[in-house]
Write a protein that binds this ligand. Structure first.
Ligand code: PLP
Length: 537
């Protein structure tokens, strides 16, 4: 593919638009109306035909970059053209998180009401750094986090706030603040009066826990990652032994991070037991419920929050199962006072002009909170209602159960972890093949073939074994609102066919390279061509 990165040439804008775009000020509301309709119609078409695209785009690393002009255009371009090109470029080159065949990592949905909420949010462009910076952004958020708290059955006295990502870092800063070590003022470096501090989590905890430990300046040696049981849950006996050992060695235990719904298998740490231990040793308990705590909306899945009621802080990401785009993670805490003590900064421009009793959310987070993330969530909660959300989450669980049952009944596949929610961990394991290296190669090949076909996108993980090594594991993560039973049936058929093709090709001497090329070619032929929009020389 030839490079189109030159800077020469420019589109010739329509005369009146060029004048408008080249003079100071924004485009007028009529341009917004016209191009907004064009954009919304393009999005509606995209969503209506989303299954025409391969879930993983057929582009090589760097290919998109090479195709785009390397300089900003010298002259204004008509917005219609910019919108048309964006609508042409993006669907052909993005990974389709919104597609029903997207079953990788955690499958999520940006629902229609949420998309509209995001558009409205951008139109208002507010900040919640101070109440007066946007009273409605601050108060709508408080209403919405209370709604979610009620939906999940969490205690009424939890303070809540929306963050862009799972907020383990701000929570742990509050945990440190609660120890009265005066880290906010004095820091940690060069202090003989502060021993090594310790955080505890399971080996299955999300990477954000390790990143938070790094950001806190504690160093990864301060994070004790504990072994898990046969269901991938933190072992409480190992936790207690680690705490006792640390105390003996003069290390100061500070906090435990328990996970409800781990990233690899959605296992649930025994939070109630961990909470009891935390109480005994006076440790802060943070619960990372990013994915699975959302399911507590469903009455029969309420047990997901067992023990969470006594957590000191807890995160849940509506952007995982409640239909809002990424960037909506709720942090709840029983101790907002420590959040505020940790994060509030006195700056003249951040003075509290509306009085001390007024909630200025900038006091409770690392960065000044911008935008109005509650709006998309509020509109989504209203549009689907509790009943609608329950139905959607239940359906994800039902589909996961179905595929788990098919795997269990198959002589060629095996499930590698319990399926408490909507993620199924499994692998191809034909009878008589027990060599782990060969099984790894076989499953890696199966994953490549499924993903190359374009209808589905799966991801993999490595699960620890009792022997201390790891098992290459495929994951089917169901969570997208568009995924139906027909999709799951088609996936199961594809998996069986691909497995059969790989195994028979292996037996007949056909190389993986050949098979792979055939699959890619078949996928390419059935797909819209990329870069179909006109480019400037
Ligand atoms: N915690 C868990 C268990 C996760 O699986 C993830 C992401 O998948 C996160 C935290 C971080 O979530 P995010 O970055 O979407 O806020």
């Amino acid at each position: 593919m030839s490079s189109l990165r030159s800077c020469g040439g420019a589109a010739i804008p329509l005369a009146d638009e060029a004048a408008a775009a080249s003079s100071p000020g924004d485009l007028d509301p009529e341009a917004f109306r016209r191009c907004g309709i064009q954009l919304v119609e393009g999005i509606a078409d995209y969503l209506a035909h989303i299954e025409a695209y391969p879930v993983l785009p057929t582009v090589a690393p760097g290919e998109i970059f090479q195709q785009l002009p390397s300089c900003v255009p010298e002259q204004a371009e008509p917005l219609e053209q910019v919108v048309a090109e964006a609508l042409s470029l993006l669907p052909a080159t993005t990974t389709h998180w919104q597609a029903p065949g997207y079953l990788a990592y955690f499958s999520v949905t940006s629902s229609v009401p949420a998309m509209l909420g995001k558009l409205l949010e951008a139109a208002l462009n507010p900040s919640r750094m101070l109440w007066r910076a946007s009273p409605v952004a601050t108060e709508l958020e408080q209403v919405t986090v209370a709604w979610v708290r009620q939906l999940l059955g969490l205690p009424d006295d939890l303070f809540g706030m929306i963050h862009a990502n799972s907020a383990v870092l701000p929570a742990l800063v509050a945990a440190l603040e609660a120890r009265d070590l005066h880290i906010r003022e004095r820091g940690l470096a060069g202090r003989p009066d502060v021993p090594r501090l310790r955080l505890y989590a399971s080996q299955q905890a999300h990477a954000s826990v390790a990143k938070a430990t790094i950001a806190l300046g504690l160093g990864l040696e301060s994070l004790c990652l504990l072994p898990v049981d046969e269901r991938y849950r933190l072992r409480v006996d190992a936790l207690e032994a680690a705490i006792a050992h640390d105390l003996q060695e003069g290390v100061l235990p500070v906090a435990v991070i328990a996970t409800v719904g781990t990233t690899a298998t959605t296992s649930v740490d025994p939070v109630a037991e961990i909470a009891a231990l935390c109480q005994r040793y006076r440790l802060w308990l943070h619960v990372d419920g990013a994915y699975a705590i959302n399911t507590a909306i469903v009455p029969e899945l309420r047990s997901a929050i067992a023990g969470c009621q006594s957590a000191d802080s807890l995160t849940v990401n509506p952007h995982k199962l409640l239909g809002v785009p990424t960037g909506c993670s709720l942090l709840y805490t029983r101790h907002p006072v420590f959040l505020k003590r940790a994060w509030s900064i006195q700056a003249a421009y951040l003075a509290h002009p509306d009085g001390d009793g007024v909630l200025d959310l900038g006091d409770y987070s690392l960065s000044l909170p911008h935008g109005m993330p509650a709006l998309a969530l509020w509109m989504t909660l209203r549009t689907f209602g509790r009943t609608g959300l329950i139905a959607r989450i239940r359906e994800c669980m039902r589909l996961a159960r179905l595929v788990a049952d098919w795997i269990d009944a198959s002589p060629d596949f095996e499930r590698l972890a319990p399926t408490p929610f909507s993620v199924v961990c499994f692998r191809l394991h034909p009878p008589l093949l027990d060599n782990e290296d060969q099984l790894t190669a076989l499953n890696a090949q199966l994953l490549r073939h499924i993903n190359a076909q374009g209808r589905f996108f799966l991801s993999h993980t490595m699960l620890p074994t009792r022997q201390g090594d790891h098992t290459y594991t495929l994951r089917i993560a169901i969570g997208n609102m568009r995924t139906t039973q027909a999709h799951i049936e088609a996936l199961w058929q594809d998996l069986q066919q691909a497995a059969h093709a790989i195994l028979t090709a292996g037996a007949s001497g056909v190389t993986e390279g050949q098979l792979w090329q055939d699959l890619q070619q078949a996928a390419q032929e059935s797909l819209p061509s990329i870069f179909s929009f006109s480019r400037k020389a």
